[in-house]
Design a protein around this ligand. Structure first.
Ligand code: AHM
Ligand code: MG
Length: 352
């Protein structure tokens, strides 16, 4: 008889979304949105992997192009943003999109009828790009709901943009779906539709994401901490002490921790999800809210971590409960294994 390896009928991402949409809280339209995002991520994966050959490394516009965050845009930041925006636009379901690379949330002109809001960081960790180190795309999808805060919005914004802004400023707890795609030794899509976190690996031979990590479960406790320790002297003494105790073993686990820090949120969170431990980008003396953006970095990542049984906080509050005041608002982020995050929270409250 024929030898039929089990991989002959893998669960593709498309099939997974179709099969699970009914049992999840997410609406049917998510199928089209994920299909657009999936296409964009494959395209970005290919652009990233060939960047050195196609002259797509380095800065956009000779470094003269600065985004709203005051960061220099790389060629691939700009391209990835276009790829994702176009893919979402043609899904026909999109009302508003908010991206790290856009100044303000924008209405998707081709489809005013759309009723969803997508928030995304098209190419996170792009400082790693030119060294061929892992990067990723982060995204979240909300239902479009105009909040009542319109009058309180910044006055430097056009009236036509007000409703975009208002419908974008939703807490992570209202996400219908969130995920990331990591461009590394393999391209991986990690997704949640509100019923667990699931990982898919891009099979380059057939060009499909296939389910390789169903119901991901973050270990209850890990043995890795992941912080940019160069900021140590800017940190709060409580955090300094906590980190010292992880190194020396004077912590609840009694074990000495290892440090792993890639400097690509997607890669650092992906490892944390699989191996456990704690990742943090805390506030410090220079940047009281840290570096990471609430809407399209902290919230989607926290959603995925919670769906996998972990925890995510800004040190005081659960990330998913925070209602953003502005699109590009930053928040301190601490996430990971339940026991690790609890221990850090305990240290904070003890000294509060
Ligand atoms: P980016 O969106 O400009 O790429 O910045 C976000 C990145 C994250 O991927 C990562 O966690 C963080 O910046 C690293 O910052 P630092 O270099 O300060 O450690
Ligand atoms: Mg980013």
């Amino acid at each position: 008889g024929l030898f039929l390896p089990s991989q002959d009928s893998p669960t593709t991402l498309t099939r997974f979304v179709l099969e699970n949409i009914r049992s999840s809280k997410a609406p049917e339209d998510i199928v089209d949105l994920i299909s657009s995002i999936q296409f964009a991520c494959k395209k970005i994966a290919s652009l990233v992997s060939r960047a050195g050959i196609t002259n797509l490394t380095g800065l956009f516009n000779e470094g003269k192009s600065i985004n709203i965050q005051g960061e220099e845009q790389k060629k691939l930041d700009v391209l990835s943003n276009q790829v994702l925006k176009n893919a979402l636009k043609y899904s026909g379901k999109m009302g508003v999109i908010a991206s790290e690379e856009e100044d303000v949330p924008v209405t998707v002109d081709e489809s005013f009828s759309g009723t969803y809001v997508a928030v995304f960081d098209p190419l996170d960790g792009s400082s790693n790009l030119d060294a061929a180190v892992a990067t990723g795309t982060i995204f979240g999808i909300f239902k479009q709901e105009v909040s009542c805060l319109i009058e309180d919005m910044a006055d430097n914004i056009e009236p036509s943009q007000l409703h975009c802004l208002a419908s974008t400023l939703q807490p992570g707890s209202r996400l219908l779906a969130a995920g990331y795609c990591m461009y590394s030794s393999s391209t991986m899509m990690v997704l949640s539709l509100g019923h667990g976190t699931h990982g898919f690996t891009l099979d380059p031979e057939v060009g499909e994401f296939v389910l390789t990590h169903p119901y991901m479960k973050i270990p209850k406790r890990g043995q890795i901490y992941s912080f940019n320790e160069a900021n140590y002297h800017q940190w709060d003494p409580v955090l300094q002490e906590y980190i010292e105790n992880l190194k020396s073993g004077k912590n609840r686990s009694g074990k000495c921790y290892s440090l792993r820090y890639i400097g690509s949120l997607v890669a650092d969170v992906h490892r944390t999800l699989l191996y456990g431990g704690v990742f943090g980008y805390p506030g410090d003396k220079k940047n009281p809210n840290g570096k990471l953006r609430l809407l399209y970095e902290c919230a989607p990542m926290s959603y995925l971590i919670e769906q996998a049984g972990g925890k995510a906080t800004n040190g005081k509050q659960r990330i998913l409960d925070i209602v953003p005041n502005t699109t590009h608002e930053r928040q301190p982020l601490i996430l990971g294994s339940e026991e690790d995050v609890d221990e850090l929270m305990h240290v904070y409250t003890k000294y509060a």
